[in-house]
Design a protein around this ligand. Structure first.
Ligand SMILES: [Zn+2]
Ligand SMILES: [Zn+2]
Length: 362
């Protein structure tokens, strides 16, 4: 009887051992779940607000990661679209990494399709100032831009239907004490080869570049220009990476292209937004909900809720207050009080904030 019981136990153990190797015990709880973050920004003016980073590097120029890593980072951080913009003329890894200027796009594309990230074929035209560095987006063959004369590179990109972004105009390596617009930029602008400017790059903001954008109707962008690992570089606990918000009809590459050429962009960096007044006003109004919950004589109390990741820092002559990101604040106001505020983190010019009057109905 005793032997039978032991045999039965062994049989049970034997069966379970064959299904689960006792000398290879899996511990999936140790692995990162890599769940996708949500970036809370409202859709405005009938468009979808797409979260895009159009400037980053890989081992195919002077970055340190494989192209698929850029897709995984973008997926995890909640982006919709990216462009890998390896330097066309400069590749310090050339002797260790085979391939050409199209390789980073070709390698990343299957991963992007798998993760539903829109990947835009691009490259960084890397020349001395002027004209400096430009990203060319929507290319067909990046390799063809590797020409001795910079004007030939721009002409080739234009032939391929490119959208041109002037990168980091105030980068100290090229403009040590200034941030100047050169004659070459006028030439490019007049020939349709300067569609956008990075008013923010990596960790630098160039207020004067926003003035150029608004004066000449050029699209403002913000981008990471990431070379290393994004989560190592940025404080992703408190902020998103810098990005360009694109107001697109649909979440497709063709829609992004149409929106970019129509200048429907907002630069989003840290807690700041920079762009056209109509876009920032629409953003604020879509993100914020105001309701009156108490009235006592001339005084009224309002609840102001913000459903976006962007806090709003409001300031008037006599009052400053914050509407926190994804939060609420209470505002007490007298009926005859001034109701015009500057939003200190929303920029419609380099040194000019969006002004709003709160809709304080009952
Ligand atoms: Zn650059
Ligand atoms: Zn770059």
């Amino acid at each position: 009887m005793k032997t039978k019981i032991i045999t039965a136990i062994c049989l049970v153990l034997g069966i379970s051992a064959s299904a689960q190797n006792v000398n290879n015990i899996q511990m999936p709880e140790l692995l990162n779940k890599n769940s996708r973050q949500t970036i809370n920004v409202p859709n405005i003016l009938g468009y979808q607000t797409l979260k895009c980073d159009f400037h980053m590097h890989t081992v195919f120029s002077d970055g340190i990661v494989w192209p698929t890593v850029r897709v995984d980072e973008a997926y995890n951080e909640g982006l919709d679209a990216i462009a890998i913009t390896d330097h066309i003329e400069r590749n310090p890894s050339k002797k260790d990494v085979a391939g050409d200027d199209n390789s980073s796009y070709e390698i990343a594309l299957p991963r992007a399709e798998q993760k539903n990230i829109l990947l835009i074929h691009a490259g960084e035209i890397t020349r001395s100032m002027a004209p400096g560095h430009f990203n060319a987006l929507f290319l067909k063959n990046t390799q063809a831009l590797d020409t001795p004369d910079w004007r030939d590179a721009f002409a080739e990109a234009k032939k391929q239907g490119a959208y041109f972004i002037w990168n980091h105009p105030g980068w100290k390596a090229q403009q040590p004490d200034t941030c100047l617009w050169w004659d070459e930029h006028t030439e490019l602008f007049e020939n349709g080869m300067l569609n956008a400017i990075e008013v923010f790059n990596e960790k630098e903001w160039y207020p004067i570049a926003l003035d150029w954008c608004m004066d000449k109707n050029i699209a403002p962008h913000a981008a990471s220009d990431i070379h290393g690992i994004n989560s190592e570089m940025y404080n992703l606990k408190d902020y998103h990476r810098p990005m360009t918000l694109v107001l697109a009809e649909e979440r497709t590459e063709e829609s992004i292209r149409e929106a970019l050429f129509a200048n429907r962009t907002i630069a989003y960096f840290g807690n700041n937004l920079a762009g056209k007044e109509e876009f920032l006003k629409a953003f604020f109004e879509a993100a914020v909900e105001i309701s009156c919950f108490k009235e006592k004589g001339k005084e009224k109390s309002y609840s102001i809720k913000n459903t976006s990741d962007v806090p709003f820092f409001l300031s008037s002559e006599d009052k400053s207050f914050t509407i926190p990101a994804n939060g609420e604040t209470i505002l007490m106001i007298k009926n005859d009080a001034e109701n015009m505020y500057a939003i200190k983190n929303l920029f419609i010019k380099g040194t000019e904030n969006l002004q709003v009057s709160l809709k304080l109905q009952d």
